[in-house]
Design a protein around this ligand. Structure first.
Ligand code: FES
Length: 159
């Protein structure tokens, strides 16, 4: 091929097209990943975070009228030193505490679908009911559940 002005521009345009493919592909993949984020669907959002404290193997959380867990049907993530739990408040003085470690591949389950009352893992979309049972995979095992008690606005969880 002769090197002339025309060939120079043809090669330059071909080079620009080759360079723009990865950028376009990256944008496409990014938009696909965003739209498939399990926490972006329906009534699902990130759980409210509450700080608890730990003493031995007991996690302690104040649940008074200002707590995000005060209302029946509410759910939240309880953070404590070196850990996190999923807690929901099904009725009266009843609370359920679950491990927040997804049984599929160990991600932190951090979403809650208030329409279906399900905990949602952001990594691959596994869903668990309020007792920790798998509703939707890829997880196949339930979240471990911990014993709770509630008195005088204090929720106690044995881990
Ligand atoms: S780690 Fe939770 S669904 Fe995969």
């Amino acid at each position: 091929m002769k090197f002339n002005r025309r060939n120079f521009f043809v090669k330059m345009i071909q080079g620009a097209a080759v360079l723009s493919v990865p950028a376009a592909l990256s944008t496409f993949l990014e938009s696909c990943m965003k739209s498939s984020n399990p926490l972006d669907s329906g009534n699902t959002s990130s759980l409210t975070q509450i700080q608890g404290s730990i003493s031995g193997n007991t996690v302690i959380v104040t649940v008074d009228s200002s707590s995000p867990l005060s209302k029946t049907g509410s759910a939240a993530a309880i953070n404590y030193t070196n850990g996190q739990l999923l807690v929901d408040h099904p009725s009266g003085n009843q609370f359920t505490a679950l491990s927040s470690i997804c049984t599929h591949a160990g991600c932190t389950v951090s979403g809650f679908d208030s329409g279906s009352n399900q905990f949602v893992c952001p990594c691959h979309g596994s869903r668990y009911d309020l007792s920790g049972n798998v509703v939707q995979g890829p997880a196949s095992q339930a979240l471990p559940q911990y014993q709770t008690s509630f008195a005088n606005n204090v929720l106690t969880i044995k881990i």
